[in-house]
Design a protein around this ligand. Sequence first.
Ligand code: SF4
Ligand code: SF4
Length: 180
Amino acid sequence: MFEWIKESLTVGNATVKYPFAPLELIPDSRGKPEHDALACIVCGACATACPPNALQMHLDLPNNNYIWQINYGRCIFCGRCEEVCPVKAIELTQEFELAVMSKDDMLETATYSLQRCALCNKQYAPSKEIDYLNSLLDSFAQNDEEVQRAKEQLSICPQCRRIAESANVKFICEQLERRA
Ligand code: SF4
Ligand code: SF4
């Protein structure tokens, strides 16, 4: 018995003092994802990739909104959202103490407006996503005329685009000019 006590004293502590002392984290430890609502382009890639559906996107058509939402209560800190985000708008931190008094406090949301089709006026995509695609077109622009045509295509919904493609592209340009 004394031998065992003596040995255990020489080995030292096998456990840590947390939560009575701060926990020392290893450099790559993963915690709460942090969303940069301004940088986000509302592409939805993170919500598609999230294994436990902690990340979700909801359409709120009556209020013309697209809602990005994370439920930290479901998050498993896997990092898939960070991997797939094209603009680094979501990144894992090392924060892991997420206890709250109410389940609602586990939710974080960001609300984005929807773009309306320049022809039929229906909502068809988040405005920020369209703005991002327009800025990409500007940065890769080789030919002004092509860029203008691509931007016109972006300003209409997929349904109007299909109709236009199967009918007459000129018709759409005339309609856009008339509305301008
Ligand atoms: S870390 Fe994983 S579980 Fe958590 S929000 Fe991102 S993808 Fe979902
Ligand atoms: S993947 Fe990035 S940009 Fe796309 S919705 Fe998620 S956080 Fe926003």
